[in-house]
Ligand binder design. Structure first.
Ligand code: GTP
Ligand code: MG
Length: 149
């Protein structure tokens, strides 16, 4: 099954949105397999966002992500990568649809509360980057038959 890396950015933690964000993924029916609070070092932030290195906002992005602890998560589910991106909404919160996390809870691209992997490959890359061996748990929810026929 597919996994994705979801991260509540420092603004989400500061604004008390941790429970709200986790709740949306839980209610959707995805499976939480990894969860930790973490102060991200600059080097890790740069590696995570390395594809954006040439962008003019890159230094600001690194400052933002390292400005306080983040909440790191691994979520599992069928089609979870694309579905999580839909739940999160467009990068610019003013363009994100109401009902999405960014559409409901944020107003600026530079303070958009949450990250989600953009492909299954990047999901695996990011999980390996943010979690150590043994920090991701395998478990079987008893609700399984009520989510999938
Ligand atoms: P992530 O899930 O965080 O990867 O966001 P995304 O996939 O919707 O967007 P993208 O990967 O293109 O950009 C990564 C992050 O960089 C965004 O979520 C923003 O926090 C930040 N970012 C992107 N574009 C801009 C910009 O034009 N200005 C600023 N200040 N930040 C930006
Ligand atoms: Mg991205």
């Amino acid at each position: 099954v597919e996994e994705t890396y979801i991260m509540i950015k420092p603004d989400g933690l500061q604004r008390g949105l941790v429970g709200e964000v986790i709740s949306r993924f839980e209610k959707k029916g995805f499976l939480l397999k990894g969860l930790k609070l973490f102060q991200c070092p600059k080097e890790l932030a740069e590696e995570h966002y390395k594809d954006l290195k040439s962008k003019n906002f890159f230094p600001k992005l690194i400052d933002y992500i390292t400005s306080g602890p983040v909440v790191c998560m691994v979520w599992e589910g069928v089609g979870v990568v694309a579905s999580a991106r839909k739940l999160i909404g467009s990068t610019n919160p003013l363009q994100a649809e109401p009902g999405t996390i960014r559409g409901d809870l944020a107003v600026q691209t530079g303070r958009n509360v949450v990250h989600g992997s953009d492909s299954p490959e990047n999901g695996q890359r990011e999980i390996a980057l943010w979690f150590k061996e043994g920090e991701v748990c395998q478990w079987t929810p008893t609700v399984g038959p009520w989510l999938r026929e």
